[in-house]
Ligand binder design. Sequence first.
Ligand code: G1P
Ligand code: ZN
Length: 543
Amino acid sequence: MAIQTIQTTPIPGQRPGTSGLRKKVGVFRQPHYLENFVQSVFDTLGDLSGKTLVLGGDGRFHNRAAIRTILKMAAANGVARVLVGRGGILSTPAVSCVIRKHEAMGGIILSASHNPGGPDGDFGIKYNIGNGGPAPEAVTEAIYQRTTAITSYRISDAPDIDIDHTGRGYLEQMQVEVIDPVADYAELMEQLFDFDAIRKLFAGGFTMRFDAMHAVSGPYAQAIIEGMLGAPAGTVINCVPREDFGGLHPDPNPVNAAELIELMAGPDAPDFGAASDGDADRNMIVGRKFDVTPSDSLAILAANAQVAPGYRGGIAGIARSMPTSRAADRVAEALGIPCYETPTGWKYFGTLLDAGLATLCGEESYGTGSNHVREKDGVWAVLFWLNLLAVKGQSVQQIVEEHWQQFGRNYYSRHDYEGIETHAANVLMDDLRVKLANMQGQQMNHYTVEYADDFAYTDPVDGSQATQQGVRIVMTDGSRIVYRLSGTGTEGATLRVYLERYEPDPAQHHIPTQQALAALIAIADSVASIAYNTGRSNPSVIT
Ligand code: G1P
Ligand code: ZN
């Protein structure tokens, strides 16, 4: 066994996006592609002696091969110890939990989240720092700069180590500890939520369906919801992680989780439905014949946080990404706590959570979480809802409608134009930016523009700045249109248009969402000439 130094040359395009480096599997399988990136991560981290690293992924195609390579590179780069999930499996929130609990220097997560998997699907890699959260921009940029100058990488030629059984072994001088992927995470959940109350709920005949979408939330949801909370077998479906997610798109929204939505709308609907994505950090909450928007879910959890033992002491603040609806802002105001507005991407919540400024965080893209880890957390959100349902004894719909009565309703929708031509997408955004200067005071349909800008952010904790984070047109009544380009896609560009309208009057709370937003949708199209610029008359996905 020896440590090899392999000559290489920089490979263009290794700049991490909203959430790590994501590319087609074929790109990652190119010679040196993964190795160059991983060596750049290690080079950026500096001295690794005595350090512990956490390693795992969502089990998608190429996960195992990548784990083997990374273990051999970690050994060759002097890492003291790696905690790896059995079978190479660890959900994204579980990596965050394990890093924190075992005080690791950081972790490597292999996932392309909600993007499809399989030999023709997507793969991804990201580095999380010692607080358990995604590496901040300064670190990802340093890694990227390193990829542009790399000349060699180090790797051990030792044989593959068994990762399918828990226990300890050695690869070169490095200790490899294969851990149960669920144990640490389940223990944390038990501290946060009232498991007794939830057990009683299930014992009383409450019914639920959790769709793991053939992805990594399956083992977690099954162990906790069926195993610890006593829900009947079959409550968690599609619970074995598959390399290609059963050929489906593991993104928990009403479009991709159509089977669950159909069940929840049918005559035999259970009381509660939920789904999670490829790496188990997203969640979708559904009631009987009733979908809950992620923005509302964040606001409702914040308003009721005291039902859960882990949050009984109150919440210090809420943080939401800029395009997320302002439903949470109203709750924060009522609670007398701050609500922070950050750029899109969980990495922007890290400093706020570390500094104790925010306790709950959320994004409109089916992401909710708290200071218990530094990632969004799908199973956590579902358990929070179960805790809420157990305490309130009401249906999902009743809880949401009562919330709207108290705080008003923020009608909300996101329209995605996927796989459009990159040049056309950039032209559209550039044109919009030019128009911004003259928008203030303009009349648009029955709306008047209060202000229009390109969202820029200064982190209140470390002062770091982010610019061009989304063009927003805000109306005098608080309604908004936001445009931004996706930073997670792997093909062409995706334009996201976010639409929001605030409605205080409970008599107006039951309009179908797209109808309630129709005037804003028309304005959004005409201001950005979406049809003209993209050649699409309709969005490809509406959530
Ligand atoms: C998308 C979501 C964003 C989320 C990210 C990672 O990023 O919009 O909220 O943090 O996935 O899950 P985007 O493709 O919009 O850059
Ligand atoms: Zn995800």
